[in-house]
Design a protein around this ligand. Sequence first.
Ligand code: PMV
Length: 339
Amino acid sequence: MHKAEFQASWKSPSNIAFVKYWGKKTEQIPCNPSISMTLDKCCTTTKLVAYPCDSQNILYSFKLEGKSKPEFSLRIEKFLLRLSEDYPALKNYCYEIESSNSFPHSSGIASSASAFSALSLCIVDFLKHLNLLRGEFFEIASYYSRIGSGSASRSVFGSYALWGESMNMGSHEVAIPLEVADFWKELRDTIILVDEGEKSVSSSAGHALMQNHPLASARFEQAKSNTEKLIKLLQSKDITNNKVYEFGSLIEEEAMSLHAMMMTSSPSYILFKAKTIEVIDRLKEWRKEEKLAVFFTLDAGPNIHLIYFSKDKSKVDEFLSSLDLKTIDDKCGHGPERL
Ligand code: PMV
């Protein structure tokens, strides 16, 4: 092996979508725009080391938490090959990629967003080192993150991100940072781990089932309309209690619609567990009694993300301790960091 020519480490967060991306065209072009809040603690850290080598194939090794993971190889290889079509010089190197997650691997947190954004940031950093970057660093990182995993395109920006076109902003090829009133940066996300097992149907299979879904066009229209509504809510300077409850209904509608798509696709499937429904019911009763603005959303899995403001954290902690389930405490974050 030659001497390493380049080394970089990036720590990149996961994100939680408030308007959901569900359904894609080719190369991860979404059927509807989406908006997410970038998380703070749920991160992947990836180190990339590049060595000059003569092979005309992409040679690489990958380790997650110090262990080889053949189950991820095909996806990483496809990703690196796709990048080398745009940048053939990448084939003059071989790579060592080492990743670790700040959250437990089986916790049901979408790790592809943090994983592919961390890897893309490392590679775009390498392209910069090779003097091959033509364009803005984070925009290119978002573009390639998207190729790895659609939702990863939004993770390269802190706070909030928009992916797709809405209100004369954005693009379906890259996410953009979404300006929001500071108030919304106080949001927290506590993930209630209802079930830590592997998902029975992957997100890729779920996206594919939207292709012949009888409700697809209605769903894409709903997501477009919710994206506009959410942008207006998040950017408005006039923040009233009513606006906060409008936000809450919107994100809950989005979560339920996402899962409704799964339950009505052909074949249909259910990622909810009995506990998912029990916790949602208990949350609705509790917040009504306490008169608190605490809302839920879900990813493509059974775990519940509680979305609320920092000022209500101690009340939420009381509710959580009554559930006796594992939780991951997170909040709105600042985006990726080069280590
Ligand atoms: O990025 P993917 O292909 O894993 O899809 C993610 C889809 C959701 O997490 C359910 C929604 C979203 O917008 O993040």
